[in-house]
Design a protein around this ligand. Sequence first.
Ligand SMILES: [Zn+2]
Length: 104
Amino acid sequence: MTMKSLKMRKTLPSRPVPQRTCVACRRVSHKRELVRLVRTASGDIEIDRTGKKEGRGAYICPQRACWEKALKGKQLSVALRSNITQENREKLVKDGIELIKGVA
Ligand SMILES: [Zn+2]
């Protein structure tokens, strides 16, 4: 065994990846593969691109079908225990679809 191979073994710790459920299709995925939405202190829902914002969160697949289903139905309101205003909803649909375009 060479010194080089010993050094390489130190990288990549295998930590379990948290699993989250999409509020629209209920599919379970790795947290990183889903888009997080968070309810802010003011009661608005916004997209949390960092995944680290404080507040109650919900996850949606980066797919248009799931995004629209979660927002047009009650899934997101229920998951976040919040009444989403029409204005907030429209903004989320717009931002979400833009975000998804970048992913897909
Ligand atoms: Zn989904």
